[in-house]
Structure formats: structure tokens, C-alpha cells
Design a protein around this ligand. Structure first.
Ligand code: LLP
Length: 421
């Protein structure tokens, strides 16, 4: 459930008509709902309530300071994957001991920075990284808390590009080698083993792959304890999927996910961490665009918008579906017609939807892409020198621009001319 509903025939974000925001900030723009973010975060809190737990929001899914601050205020920790995201989390007021650092390619600089300013744990992804982290921490006279990200060789049954838990994926250490690497870790002077980490992929719409992976982690935890390691924290990653269409998808609810975690891991007496991104942010955001032209093609019509693949890359990159709806509600009885919905970028890949049934729309009309809060703004670029689009946060009847549209001068003036030109 989200808080983008029609009221008096106009799509609203909470109590604010999107037509009002569009008139103020211009299109295209991203718009987020505080109530939806809050609701989704709390669903996870409630689902894990019986367990000692921390919900670490996956910053990569939506990293604006206002979003992070909203979630931090609700008690969220943060999952970061770069020095940049770590800095964003700290700047939003999240203390270091609530930040977990994931990712396959952490640099010495990133490790040093996080150890200096505080870290809950590093989720280490290889023995090479383990050794470097130990060196960095030892040189600073500290021990780095770590979990080892284990690759359980489980197929998450999601899109090829976002499955991360099969043995052919670049993530984690093979579960078959985990005990050996934990033994190495325990012997390193700059390392303090605290637990085990796993993340098998994103947009999972079935609990079975999670359960298969978590069962393997439960067995591993018992084996590691028998080997003498003190394993008291399990980081279970993110990945719970969301419905992208209102019609037929019903992914499992956080409550079911939480119940499964309790069933599979509840007797281990561990602290549970999860790293959800999409489920918290996805349906808490929409992208609003205007129609520039209607174009009649050979046997098909095109709806050309002022938003493009550089603003929302998911359809071009993953063939992802986003519901696209008119901001001014079409009468129920109106005839819908199939159109290709495209942006102005000079690539055929700049197509949001093919032969999508839409009510009649004219130049200047507004449309909204639903479920665009996660992996939307964060994956945007300035391709075709199209400025990054503004982000707006709504809270009941108030709204604020939380990232303004840059001017063309700002963009061009970032370039530097060498002295010979
Ligand atoms: N933890 C780790 C280690 C991750 O790699 C990810 C996502 C998450 C947590 C959060 O997963 P979530 O709960 O959001 O599924 N750009 C793609 C999604 C990439 C996901 C990458 N990792 C998309 O637009 O579908």
C-alpha cells in the first residue's frame, strides 16, 4: 500500500496534488511520500519485533539526505557500499555503530575512513579483502568487526542482473570454503569476527530461496560455533520484492518474511540484521513527467515524454515494468489505446513501455511512473546533458524540494579546460 491516490480526479502524494508540485518545480521530478516510507520501515520492525534486530536501510536504493534522515529518525541503521554512501549516512545523523559496510571492492581509504568514524561491521567478501582490512586496522591499533559474506549457491529466481547468491556470481566467499576462511580470520590481528552475512539477490517474489539460504547459514553458524568462533550476529541482506503492477503480483509480506526468519534462525540466539532497500523505498516514490508530443508512427503511436532513460533506467536496463498512469484521472468509461511510451534520448533503448494501454493524452498532460522510489533517482545520469531531475519529499500537506534541478551553467562549469585550449 502507498500514499499516491486519486482524490477529486487528481493523483495526490499524501495530501498534496501532484499538479501543484509540477507547477512549482516543473517536470520531470521524483516525488516521495514520508508516510509510505515510514509504514514500510515499520513493517520490518514489527516483523522482527520478537528478535534482537536492526533494520539497516540499503542506502544504494535511495540515498537522498532527507530520506536517510527520515528513516534514521525511526531508528534505522544503514547498509552502505561505498565511501560516498558511508559519508551520506553519517551526514544524515546515523552513528557509525549503526552503519554496516558491504561490497566486493572496498578500498584501504574506505576502510580507514569507516574505522576512524565508527562502523558496526564490515561485511567482508574475500580472503584478500580480509587481509587488507586486518592490515589497515592493525596499523590504526584497532580491530575491525566483521562478518564474512557467504555465497550459499542458491538461485534467487530473480532477474539475471540482480541475482547474487549463485556460485558463478562475484559475491561472497563460497560456503564450502567458509570454515577455512573463518579460521584465517580468527588468526588475523586486526580482525574481530562477529557473525555471518548473506544476500542472495534483489526483487525476490518467493520466500523459498531465502529459506534455503538461511537454512544453510543456520548450519554454518552451528559449525562455526563448534569450531570455536563466537558468532552472535547474522546479517541476512535485503532482497524482498515489491509488486510493480497493481494487477497480479503478490510478493510475500514482511510479516511472512519475519515469521520465516524466526522459524529458521530463532533458536540460534543471535542478533538479526536485515538490509532492505526496495521494499522500503520502491513504492514510496513516483516519477512525474509531462507529455511533449504524440507521434503517429508506422502502425504504432508514440507518447514522447520529457523523462528519459537517464532519469529512470530500470526499463532499459532490466526490461522492468513500471505502471504509468495519468495524473488527471481518466474517466472510467474512456477507450484506452496501445502506445509506446518513450523519452527524448537518442537511443531506441529509451523506451519505457511498448504497446501500453493508455487513455488519450495530449501534449502538456502529466503522467506518473509508479514504484520508482528505489533504484530510480540513484541510478540516474546526465546522459544527453539532461540535468538530474529534482527530488521532492511530501509529508502530509507539506512538500519540499530535497534536491533541486541543477542549472545548465552548473553542469557545463564542472568541466575544466586544459591550458592548451
Ligand atoms: N544488501 C546488499 C548487499 C545488496 O547488494 C542489496 C542490493 C541490498 C542489500 C538491497 O536489496 P533490496 O532490498 O533493495 O532488494 N538496480 C537494481 C537492483 C540492484 C540491487 C543491488 N543490491 C534494480 O533496479 O532492480
Amino acid at each position: 500500500m502507498d500514499h499516491f491516490l486519486y482524490c477529486n480526479g487528481i493523483l495526490h502524494a499524501e495530501d498534496v496534488p501532484l499538479t501543484e508540485i509540477a507547477a512549482h518545480v516543473g517536470t520531470p521530478f521524483y516525488c516521495y511520500s514520508t508516510a509510505t516510507l515510514t509504514r514500510h520501515f515499520r513493517l520490518f520492525q514489527e516483523a522482527l519485533d520478537p528478535l534482537d534486530h536492526l533494520v539497516c536501510f540499503s542506502v544504494k536504493s535511495l540515498s537522498n539526505q532527507a530520506i536517510l534522515r527520515t528513516l534514521a529518525g525511526l531508528g534505522a541503521g544503514m547498509d552502505v557500499v561505498s565511501g560516498g554512501e558511508y559519508r551520506r549516512a553519517l551526514a544524515a545523523g546515523v552513528p557509525g555503530d549503526r552503519i554496516v559496510f558491504s561490497g566486493v571492492g572496498k578500498t584501504r581509504e574506505e576502510m580507514t575512513h569507516a574505522l576512524t568514524h565508527g562502523i558496526r561491521q564490515f561485511n567482508v567478501e574475500s580472503d584478500a579483502e580480509l587481509k587488507v582490512l586486518s592490515e589497515v586496522a592493525s596499523a590504526m591499533g584497532v580491530r575491525a568487526p566483521i562478518t564474512l559474506r557467504v555465497n550459499p549457491d542458491v538461485d534467487a529466481k530473480t532477474h539475471e542482473k540482480i541475482a547474487t547468491g549463485r556460485k558463478e556470481d562475484k559475491f561472497g566467499v563460497p560456503i564450502s570454503r567458509a570454515r577455512t576462511i573463518y579460521a584465517e580470520a580468527a588468526a588475523l590481528p586486526g580482525i574481530e569476527v562477529v557473525g555471518v552475512d548473506v544476500h542472495i539477490g534483489s526483487q525476490l517474489t518467493d520466500l523459498a530461496p531465502f529459506e534455503a539460504a538461511f537454512s544453510k547459514i543456520a548450519d554454518l553458524t552451528r559449525a562455526l560455533r563448534a569450531d570455536g568462533h563466537s558468532i552472535w550476529r547474522l546479517d541476512l541482506g535485503g532482497g524482498l520484492g515489491i509488486p510493480y503492477t497493481t494487477s497480479n503480483e503478490t510478493p510475500p509480506l514482511p510479516l511472512d518474511y519475519g515469521a520465516m526468519i524466526q522459524r529458521v534462525l530463532g533458536d540460534l540466539d543471535v542478533e538479526i540484521e536485515i538490509e532492505p532497500g526496495r521494499l522500503i523505498a520502491g513504492n514510496a516514490g513516483i516519477l512525474v513527467a509531462s507529455v511533449i508530443y504524440l507521434k503517429e508512427g508506422e502502425g504504432r503511436d508514440f507518447l514522447i515524454l520529457d523523462a528519459a532513460m537517464n532519469d529512470l533506467i530500470r526499463p532499459a536496463m532490466y526490461g522492468a515494468h513500471h505502471d504509468i498512469v495519468p495524473v488527471v484521472e481518466a474517466p472510467a468509461a474512456i477507450d484506452q489505446r496501445p502506445v509506446d511510451i518513450v523519452g527524448p534520448v537518442c537511443e531506441s533503448g529509451d523506451t519505457f513501455a511498448k504497446q501500453r494501454q493508455m487513455p488519450p493524452l495530449a501534449a502538456g498532460d502529466l503522467v506518473a511512473f509508479r514504484s520508482a522510489g528505489a533504484y530510480g533517482a540513484v541510478m540516474s545520469s546526465e546522459y544527453n546533458t539532461r540535468p538530474l531531475i529534482p527530488e521532492v519529499l511530501v509529508h502530509q500537506d507539506q512538500y519540499a524540494v530535497i534536491r533541486p534541478r541543477p542549472s545548465f551553467d552548473e553542469i557545463i562549469n564542472r568541466d575544466r579546460l586544459p591550458e592548451w585550449l
